[in-house]
Design a protein around this ligand. Sequence first.
Ligand SMILES: [Zn+2]
Length: 309
Amino acid sequence: MKITFLGSGGGRFSAISQRRMTGGFRIDNLGGKNYHIDPGPGALIRTYQFGFDPRNLNGIFVSHSHTDHYNDAEILIEAMTRGMTKHSGNIIGSESVLNGFDKWGPCISSYHQSKSNIFPLKPNEVSNIDKIKIKATKTVHGDPTGIGFQIDYNGFKLSYTADTDYFDELSDYHKGADILIASVLRPGNKSINGHMCSRNFIDLINEVKPKVAVMTHLGLKMISNNPVTEAKKISKKTGVKTIAAFDGLSFNVNYNNPKRFRLNSLKDVQSSIHSTSHSLYENERKNSYQLSFKNNEFDEMTMIKKNQR
Ligand SMILES: [Zn+2]
């Protein structure tokens, strides 16, 4: 299994300013399947930028109805279903994300829900998808139906708190996690309504005792405060290796020994394609057509043919 962060920023202002990317994270090769979690603004672009292909997704998870978590979900669903032409994949989300609740959502249209298996989950509900078991975890956040996830693959547990305040039973939901990924918006004791700060994360780590902890969804205050130093402090206080996510962070998970991994920093593989160099243009055009033929993506081709009649 490989975990890759297509963004490590979070919160409204971190997202609007794109001081950090907000594409959520991918879990690849989990029992041979690939999943995208909380695809915020830019998730599609970051997918390609870091060398992934959204068409090989088997599932999309959306924790709650805030744009920094759901914004690119529909376009990724289109990728997963080959432009809505094939029944494919799983969409897992909160009540609000899939059905709408009060003023929240739905964030994914019924059209976009029509070609995949749909799993609206409430806290403590469990669903079996592909080879994994997914338990929804409770959150205390703006969206009252928001959830986090605990993914269980043959007893190996990956927990994601999503956005939540720290609360007494939070650790119960994430008990047994080998890897604990959390939204930690602010450094130190600077707690804010609906979000955890480092202090809260330390308490959660001490209670859950994961093998590895990762903090992501970093707000502007956290980013300005050097998240790497903050993560080192948390590691020291908890004795649990804690990583501050960064844009393009990727690591392989060793199921037998999750503490052993090497952090990789992915490069922007699309930088040459997106350059304004005119010499690249011809090549790029040719490749685009060849690639779309290869992937059976004919919308441009059929339009050309119609125009030629
Ligand atoms: Zn949120």
